[in-house]
Design a protein around this ligand. Structure first.
Ligand code: HAM
Length: 418
């Protein structure tokens, strides 16, 4: 029979690699909860309209959505990104603002798989709703930055831009359109954008094709056309980041792949990764999204960090390795297994992690498993120990061993582990 495999563009994360994921999520949770963000769990699928608000002109919505009719005839989509779901939940439940949420969750995009690009990827993210105070932008950007720094990543650049708002962006877009129309007339844009620049001219700035990059090198920059409130807001964000020592590069071409952004936008680019997929994270303000989802006008900002890409960047830089086993004790039982049943149960109840072999393996085989497990101690029970009411403790890293009374076992194990 043909063997099943994980679907194209997805991957299984098995131990011990998965221990790195656990540690990453735990660290992230620790740092964002320490800043007042609470965990939000939202459904992995929503009515398709929720995600259409992310921008009907974006690839994420137009080409990559896993959407289908459910058995009740509702048009449903698997979540392609976390922000729309969290904002939908905010609009539905109206928690008291500011509402600060974090998540660690899978997202689904029907993209062409390649290194660092999956059809199911996972993001660590935060969303903060209820204020447009520039100090919040500083907080959110600095949090994303310190997650990378905390992992030991040194080759990640923070790119920063402002995309303005409804007051200043339309006039800028007109300016950009007329610039692009001359470029299109001279056949200087790629095929996709020569035909489509009018609808979403900002996308052209994001185009990685040589033709568009060259043609837009001198294009007008939105940062030069911000209205006074947006310019002041951006100045405050930059001053705040400067005051925290968060190093960033202004990137006036940074437009991001989702349409809901206003004002502050940012991306974390790993120089150690192939440039096509080197964004380990990104985010920004989306001050109009809550309204677009039928809620009251509520500004918001957040970011998403791609777990797979963060770990690829860690591999490339040789930081944040798979942690060593955290197993405390391996029980080696040569009396048939019943002693190991009791001992592992007792140790686990006392908060000491313990494992064992099964199937009545030989002592040699059990020690092999003990070594492979990475446990600190082996606890050996043979016929002699059972008769004498003792157990033998062996340090698997140093090698020394001692035989102790069964009754004092926990005390001895705890002492050796401490
Ligand atoms: P995004 O830039 O689409 O933003 O995704 C955030 C991060 O998720 C990317 O920088 C990348 O690391 C990772 N990622 C995205 N797509 C894939 C993929 N196909 N395979 C592997 N990794 C991927 C958002 O999703 C926004 N919701 C971020 C945000 C939160 N903005 C405001 N709040």
């Amino acid at each position: 029979m043909a063997e099943f495999r994980a679907p194209v563009g997805t991957r299984d994360v098995l131990p011990p690699e998965s221990a790195r994921w656990e540690r990453l999520v735990a660290r992230f949770a620790g740092s964002v909860e320490g800043a007042g963000y609470g965990l939000v769990l939202s459904p992995m699928f929503e009515e398709v309209g929720v995600f259409e608000r992310v921008g009907e002109g974006t690839d994420v919505v137009r080409k990559e959505m896993y959407d289908f009719d459910d058995k009740g005839g509702r048009r449903i989509a698997l979540r392609p990104e976390g922000t729309a779901s969290v904002v939908r939940a905010y609009v539905q439940h109206r928690p008291t603002p500011p509402f600060k949420a974090w998540y660690a969750a899978p997202n689904f995009r029907y993209e062409r798989p390649q290194a660092g690009r999956f059809r199911q990827h996972h993001q660590l993210g935060v969303e903060a709703l209820g204020t447009d105070d520039a100090d919040l932008d500083v907080e959110v950007v600095a949090l994303a930055w310190s997650v990378c720094a905390g992992l030991g990543l040194a080759q990640v650049t923070l790119l920063l831009n402002s995309l303005g708002d409804d007051a200043c962006r339309p006039a800028y877009l007109d300016l950009l359109r007329s610039f692009l129309s001359s470029a299109a007339l001279c056949d200087e844009l790629c095929d996709e954008h020569a035909a489509g620049y009018d609808k979403n001219p900002l996308r052209v700035l994001d185009c990685k094709r040589e033709t568009c990059v060259t043609a837009t090198a001198e294009a007008p920059r939105l940062v030069d056309h911000l209205c006074e409130p947006c310019a002041t807001h951006f100045t405050r964000v930059r001053a705040g980041l400067d005051s925290l020592g968060v190093v960033y590069t202004l990137q006036p071409r940074l437009v991001r792949g989702l349409d809901y952004y206003t004002r502050t936008t940012f991306e974390l680019a790993a120089e150690s990764l192939d440039s096509a997929q080197n964004a380990v994270g990104g985010g920004g303000r989306y001050d109009k999204l809550a309204e677009a989802l039928g809620g009251p006008a509520t500004p918001g900002i957040g970011f998403g960090l791609g777990i797979e890409r963060l770990l690829l960047a860690c591999d490339a830089e040789g930081v944040f390795p798979v942690p060593p086993s955290s197993l405390d004790v391996w029980v080696v039982d040569t009396t048939g297994g019943a002693a190991a049943v009791a001992l592992t149960h007792e140790l686990r109840a006392a908060g000491i992690s313990a494992d064992r072999s099964f199937d009545g393996r030989s002592m040699k085989s059990q020690f092999k498993s003990a070594d492979r497990s990475g446990a600190r101690l082996a606890l050996v029970v043979g016929d002699n120990e059972v008769a004498a009411g003792t157990v033998t403790l062996r340090d698997l890293r140093g090698g020394e061993q001692e035989t102790v009374d069964r009754a004092d076992l926990l005390e001895h194990v705890q002492e050796r582990l401490s």
